[in-house]
Design a protein around this ligand. Structure first.
Ligand code: NAD
Ligand code: UFG
Length: 332
């Protein structure tokens, strides 16, 4: 298939581009580079030994984006482009609603206009809110605690309505749990600007002594060791889920959790990281972070049943690959 990947120079998008090419698909990337760099294209070339068409375009700009649809006949779109910093979304809600919701409207509108039949969307486990774990696709969406989460829930609703109104337009909504790790080459990975918000990149910076210690946000949750539980998933497993989702998409609207089904606590992750990489990660227990929930993990059975997809990599693989990327490519 010929597939448009929006946000394809970003963290999850770049890993998915590699897996699409491994599966013999043709890829075109659109990204406005607001949270990624053109250097990723060189790394992708080194990994895949392919030239990949790239357009630096904002997906909210229908006029600029339309010629890309006109000039390439896409079989499918994977729409990753979006802003993703939860805290920033609270401070700048309009940026988030504008960028994330409008880009979904613009990209799906052009997909319809140019008869692209398959559309895969990056959603998030955050749409489940704080319900009983494990989260399963049939649960109701609960209001989230931040504008970022709302943009995901809104985009899901919009795409559902579009799929219902257009019988040849098929949509897959993928709800990711906590993507971590990096490509085994160490050439691409998660490279947040400034001080990371998320646990794994923060742990990597502490291990590298760029930051003094990790603050663990609370050890009084109702979990076995009191720290928060999440379902960390290796980004390469996640990327492979996208390939299967687009290849096997057949219903009008499909929804899948992409997680391992295993809950891992903050302390367990820290200890796994120290053990597998033989490094020290000093930490202090501090106050809970506002908006965090105690536990989030997937029931991933539906993706296995329908797509034959299952996460293969362990928490040790995730920590090992995150460290490899940090050591070699994060010299800043
Ligand atoms: P990322 O920031 O690394 O990648 C997103 C890419 O989209 C970036 O390269 C950015 O430059 C680009 N982009 C943003 N707005 C754009 C626009 N208007 N036009 C064109 N390009 C634009 O983030 P990621 O972690 O790879 O996330 C990819 C998608 O998955 C996002 O939609 C994100 O919300 C979603 N998601 C991420 C996580 C996570 O924890 N990483 C979890 C759930 C869902
Ligand atoms: N944590 C710390 N210290 C830190 C950072 C995080 O203790 O410095 C803890 C958090 O309290 C939480 C766990 O580590 O218990 C994971 O936190 P992350 O910030 O890495 O991830 P979240 O689960 O909060 O959120 C992530 C993404 C969201 C996405 C969600 C579900 O940031 O965008 O996963 O997919 F919606």
């Amino acid at each position: 298939m010929k597939i448009l990947v929006t946000g394809g120079t970003g963290y999850i998008g770049s890993h998915t581009v590699v897996e699409l090419i491994n599966a013999k698909h043709e890829v075109v990337i659109v990204d406005n580079l607001v949270n990624s760099s053109k250097d990723v294209l060189d790394q992708l070339k080194e990994i895949t030994d392919r030239h990949i068409d790239f357009y630096e375009i904002d997906c909210t700009d229908e006029k600029l984006l339309e010629p890309i649809f006109k000039n390439h006949q896409f079989d499918g779109v994977i729409h990753f482009a979006g802003l993703k910093a939860v805290g920033e979304s609270v401070v700048m809600p309009l940026n988030y609603y504008h960028n994330n919701v409008l880009s979904t409207i613009v990209v799906s509108n052009l997909a319809l206009k140019y008869q692209v039949k398959k559309f895969v969307f990056s959603s998030s486990a955050t749409v489940y809110g704080d319900q009983e774990v494990p989260f399963v696709e049939t649960m109701n969406l609960l209001p989230t605690t931040n504008p970022y989460g709302e943009t995901k829930a809104m985009s899901e609703r919009i795409l559902r309505d579009v799929a219902h109104a257009n019988k040849d337009f098929k949509v897959s909504l993928l709800r990711y749990f906590n993507p971590v790790g990096a490509h085994e080459s160490g050439l691409i990975g998660e490279a947040p600007n400034g001080i990371p918000n998320n646990l794994m990149p923060y742990v990597s910076r502490v291990a590298k002594k760029k930051l003094e210690f990790l603050s663990i946000f609370g050890n009084d949750y109702d979990t076995p060791d009191g720290t928060g539980i999440r379902d960390y998933i290796h980004v390469v497993d996640l990327a492979k889920g996208h390939v299967l989702a687009i290849e096997k998409l057949k219903d009008s609207i499909e929804v899948y959790n992409l997680g391992t089904g295993q809950g891992v606590s903050v302390l367990e992750l820290v200890h796994a990281y120290e053990k597998v990489n033989e490094v020290k990660v000093p930490y202090k227990i501090v106050e809970r972070r506002p908006g965090d929930i105690a536990s989030s993990y997937a029931n991933p059975n539906k993706a296995f049943k329908d797509l034959g997809w299952k996460a293969e990599k362990t928490i040790f693989d995730m920590c090992k690959d995150a460290w490899k990327f940090e050591k070699h490519y994060q010299e800043k």
